[in-house]
Design a protein around this ligand. Structure first.
Ligand SMILES: [Zn+2]
Ligand SMILES: [Zn+2]
Length: 635
């Protein structure tokens, strides 16, 4: 710890006043030390090839692979190491040399006479092979079989193209290793289709032509191969309609093998709220999100703007991530936000990775249809994580371990010219909480991610609270300090299911924007105006006004303001919590049905009041409105 503290002091010139309450100073010191290490010319030398093994395996399946490592010109010294690393994400067998009957059993051999190999498991998914007897000379080989004998290796339970096997070499045996530049890979593919994902727009006008989108996943939520089938469609009425039964829905939808999704145009009914059910005779079934027909409610765009690929610590390629967001989750907008310096190959040190993220983000972007945002995660273990979004095709990766961008203030100053926005997340607890001593920059950080797979950071009384929550560090606590933050959710998914991270996790996260402008600047504007709400993954329709002002607004004090909440859930509702920051939460039972209209005259508001609502469904779905901020200077 002393060494770490000294590093910090020397790196930024002055002692940081305060860190996050659960800052992990040691991690930062280790990452910085690693950057400074002198690597011997033989480290990372040689080549590896995949000699035998399947090119693709079903997610959660098993396999056996044989690799041949050939020493580079400088070889591996007597006392040097070869390392074999399989992906730490998710559930790959750890390579082991002790039990031939257990998964991940690995054999290691060489034909180089006089070279002795001593393999041992060093860490999760990491095998070290100590070379002794004599040096392994240039061109000499080591053959390694992973999943040998009766112990085939278990693979990732999530689908992933080019799942990597890494080799690394410590050629001189000084304890410092270098990675071979290109990993060997295998494709992990989704299992049989069991779930139909149907998506409708959440708010539509009477009679409007709209699209029903359909994708298929396996039991784990991975994109599955589309079957050749026809599904029967039917409306399920959520609330009363003047039409009975409503027209506009074709009776069936054809799914075509080889396609990644299906789309059907239909005419919205004249009024009411609806879900579409689709099913076939083979048991494939799915229900859409609720669609509300309304002349007056704001339209809603849905996004997931925080998640990871195998370019840092997630599953799947950037291309796969964006394709899933578009074709399976049918999101309106998405961002892939890989870590700046967290993964086998750090993004901030590997320009080719950032170039590929930029290229894919630009290639998938189609304004008016599917908006992609370029981003990354400033993964500060000192001040809390924030993801950074750009609204253009380019922007820099400013790393949190670079002393120039070590504090939130330094990050915001450097990002200001780019029109970027930042988002604090898992801010109340694990894996690292936000250091709220840095007040969110009002220009760059208008909203905060209150919920993701990590749970909710909203308040101590929130459902699905984030692990390791720290009293006083919740979002509600900092609203009380006067910070003006709107709310969004996003997945922070690491399993390749952007927009649907709740399929494989107890919690998920989605961002709802009250805008019709499906462009990068339209999304940026809605975020800056805090015309947003958060959900833990459900597409609940939540409209909240205070004396007619939209959620996220700054409003003048009023003597008897009228709060109106119009909600349509994706499941029967349970409760509405009315929150006036600094006062006890008021809870109201809602009727056990998907829709409710809640109206209430509030007590007189004064400057500094912050008011929002939280709506709970009986199935665990939750939505949080952005707050209203009462300010006497508004008139
Ligand atoms: Zn994070
Ligand atoms: Zn993240």
């Amino acid at each position: 710890m002393l060494v770490a503290a000294a590093l910090l002091l020397s790196s930024c010139g002055e002692a940081p006043e305060v860190l996050s309450p659960n800052a992990q100073v040691g991690i930062v010191a280790t990452l910085r030390e690693d950057l400074e290490l002198e690597r011997h010319a033989s480290d990372g030398g040689g080549t590896a090839v995949l000699e035998l093994g399947p090119a693709s395996v079903d997610a959660g399946g098993r396999g056996t692979w044989t690799f041949v490592y050939r020493a580079g010109p400088l070889g591996i010294a007597d006392g040097g190491w070869l390392f074999f690393q399989v992906s730490p994400f998710w559930n790959w067998s750890t390579p082991q040399v002790t039990n031939p009957e257990a998964p991940g059993f690995t054999t290691v051999a060489t034909t180089a006479a006089g070279v002795e190999l001593e393999p041992e498991t060093l860490d999760r998914q990491l095998l070290g092979i100590y070379c002794t007897g004599r040096a392994l000379e240039a061109g000499e080989e080591i053959r390694l079989t992973y999943g040998a004998g009766d112990g085939p290796a278990r693979v990732d339970r999530f689908a992933e193209q080019r799942s990597p096997f890494w080799f690394a070499v410590d050629g001189d045996g000084d304890g410092i290793r270098g990675l071979l530049p290109e990993p060997l890979t295998v494709d992990i593919v989704g299992g049989p289709p069991v779930r139909l994902i149907l998506t409708l727009p959440s708010v539509v006008r009477p009679g409007e032509a709209v699209s029903l989108r359909a994708g298929v996943t396996d039991a784990m939520g991975n994109q599955a191969a589309m079957p050749d089938t026809t599904v029967t469609l039917r409306w399920i009425q959520q609330t009363e309609s003047t039409q009975s039964p409503p027209a506009g829905l074709p009776g069936s939808l054809s799914l075509t093998a080889g396609s990644t999704g299906a789309e059907l145009r239909l005419a919205a009914p004249e009024s009411g709220a609806f879900v579409v059910e689709a099913s076939n005779d083979e048991g494939l079934v799915g229900w859409s999100n609720p669609m509300v027909v309304s002349e007056r409610l704001d339209k809603i765009l849905w996004g997931d703007i925080h998640g990871h690929s195998n370019f840092s610590d997630g599953t799947g390629t950037p291309e796969q991530y964006l394709r899933y967001a578009r074709d399976v989750a049918a999101l309106d907008f998405v961002a892939l936000t890989d870590h700046d310096h967290w993964g086998i190959q750090p993004l901030s040190q590997t320009p080719a990775l950032w170039e590929e993220i930029r290229r894919q983000t630009a290639a998938f972007h189609t304004a008016g249809r599917f908006v992609t945002l370029l981003g990354y995660e400033w993964t500060s273990w000192l001040h809390g994580h924030r993801h950074v979004l750009y609204f253009d095709d380019d922007g820099p990766v400013l790393s949190s371990i670079d002393p120039r961008y070590e504090t939130p203030a330094q990050l915001w100053a450097a990002l200001r010219p780019y029109g970027a926005l930042t988002f604090a997340h898992h801010s109340a607890g694990d894996p690292v909480a936000t250091n709220w001593e840095y007040a969110p920059d009002p220009e760059l950080e208008p909203v905060t991610e209150v919920v993701s797979i990590h749970g909710s950071s909203e308040a101590a009384d929130s459902p699905g609270q984030v692990r390791g929550a720290i009293a006083g560090n919740f979002v509600r606590d900092v609203l009380e300090r006067g910070y003006r933050l709107g709310f969004i959710g996003s997945g922070d998914g690491h399993d390749g299911h952007p927009g649907l991270s709740s399929l494989a996790n107890p919690n998920g996260g989605l961002a709802a924007l009250l805008t019709e402008d499906l462009s990068r600047q339209g999304i940026r504007r809605a975020l800056k105006q805090r015309r947003t709400y958060a959900t833990n993954g459900v597409r609940m329709v939540l409209a909240v006004t205070l004396d007619g002002s939209a959620m996220g607004s700054t409003v003048a004090p009023a003597s008897a303001p009228r709060l109106v909440v119009d909600v349509t859930g994706s499941a029967p509702l349970e409760r509405l919590d009315l929150i006036r920051v600094g006062s006890p939460v008021e809870s109201f039972d809602l009727p056990e049905q998907p829709g409710a209209l809640f109206e209430r005259t509030l007590a007189t508001t004064a400057s500094g009041d912050v008011i929002y609502v939280r709506v709970l469904q009986r199935d665990g779905g939750v939505a949080w409105s952005s707050p209203f901020f009462v300010d006497a200077s508004i008139r």
